[in-house]
Design a protein around this ligand. Sequence first.
Ligand code: X8Z
Ligand code: ZN
Length: 596
Amino acid sequence: MIASLTLALALAADPAVPPTQAEGQAFMKRLDADFRRLSVKQATADWVSKTYITVDTQRLVGWANEDLMEFLSRSVRESLRYGKTDLDPSSRRQLLMLRLVNEPPPAPADPTKRAELASIAARLTALYGEGKWCGKDGKGVCRDLGQLEEVMAESRDWEELVDAWAGWRTVARPMRPLYERMVGLSNEGAREIGFQDVGEQWRSGYDMPPEAFAAEIDRLWGELRPMYEQLHCYVRSRLQERYGKARVPDRGPIPAQLLGNMWSQSWENVYPLVVPYPGVGDTDVTAALVAGKWDATRMVKTGESFFTSMGLPPLPESFWTRSMLVKPRDREVICHASAWDIDYRSDLRVKMCIKPTEDDLVTVHHELGHNYYQRAYEGLPTLLQTGAHDGFHEAIGDALVLSITPDYMVKLGLLKSAAKDERAVVNAQMKKALEEVAFLPFSVLMDRWRWDVYAGRIAPDRYDASWWELAARYQGIVPPVPRSEADFDPGAKYHIASGVPYARYFLAGVLKFQFHRAMCRIAGDERPLHICSIQGSKEVGRRFGEMLAMGASKPWPDALEALSGERRMDPSAMLEYFAPLRAWLADRTRGQACGW
Ligand code: X8Z
Ligand code: ZN
């Protein structure tokens, strides 16, 4: 089947007489119109399937995905005919992007297999969204992910933490056979459009050869790893004070449930346990949000006002009537936050179950960053309406969050004062590092695992074991209770259940500081990176807007250059931002046995 298909591809790719330029242009016009029509249909079904999980909405999104998948793989095959046709650079770039579309995953041409893949993908997402933990005998009070995440964030009780941690992971067990099948089917789809496997397709989206991209991740992580190791060392020593040497041993990895987060991916919730100078500076934004009875709309309006302060336009009226900002009481939804442009023409929405926490205030800015990007590139052909690369998309809102300084929080009434002495700076930096630095190894290992799974280097009988090997190696953490191949812990993370690539968040982790540095310079704010702010700068808004409007029309180094004058991803901005904390940590951990 594959061999004959490849042959068919080769023949189609090289017609004796290449189609004319006019034929090529007609093909591109059809491609754009059909892609837009099917994508809008898919996004509409996807929106209801995630804001109203039922058997029927799963079916609807499955069908819409099937149609889009069929169109995508057929169009890639057809596009090969135009290899020698004289097409303009924008058309060539659209054809490149066409082959790189990875949501939905590439599907086999065989309609039965395609239907199976679409239905499995919908089922995996729904399993995640509906997941509940009802206690060991199944008869306890059932808690959803949001409730279990609250336990992870707030509890300091070992057993309670283990229960929430392991309880949520039971949700992923039934995903295992579905996941395995999904890998096989989407790999088949990827091979039919000329990739070795899905992982190679994912790594191909960065204007460099896929092997070079894997090396690029290693390069960036290699430069940041020492900073993570310092943080790990310090946090471990403070957790050891709290939980004892028997539970948090010297030189050992940290038990995963102690870091304030279901996936140990960011650690800001243990800030109170590790604060360098207790009582110095007010940092409790969550308490102020709760006390001030901030509701979801107010939080989003506050986010919007950051963007409008830079001269960007307000959100359209329909955003406020069509978004889902709070968790509905009467139906199952996917709470994992996301931002949408359903029709590629300003039908912007956010889907999120907002709570009055600092985490969620940050996520609101993150999501609005997506929406402002989407709106800025709306004039482009549909296939170019996406980020310069996917890490850009994830970095936009977060880059602005770096300008949410204590002074700005005071302006919003969320902090009483912005203490500026050295100790307050170290405290504030620690909080930020728990979020940003702790996140780096997690965001690398997510796709390291999947690249290996898709490439067949990790076989299904080692799905869980290999996951924890990577967590030990990259993050220096261990599961609190024994795991086995009856578990499927990777599936307890949204992006794995839903097939969303993750390297983008690692890249964003680096890029957001680079954007911040560039924007502070444009704003003429010459203070150190951890204090400078671009809030209110119209000039930054203009330059930022120019980069956003480029979408994916040019290779990403061009977009980066438009804002920063730089053409490489550069971790030095992040290192510079955290310079005060790095110095403090070096001092504090001197003579300690670090590492694991
Ligand atoms: O998934 C997200 C966003 C939507 S694109 C809420 N994030 C990653 C995660 O939650 O794991 C943002 C940070 C990392
Ligand atoms: Zn995002």
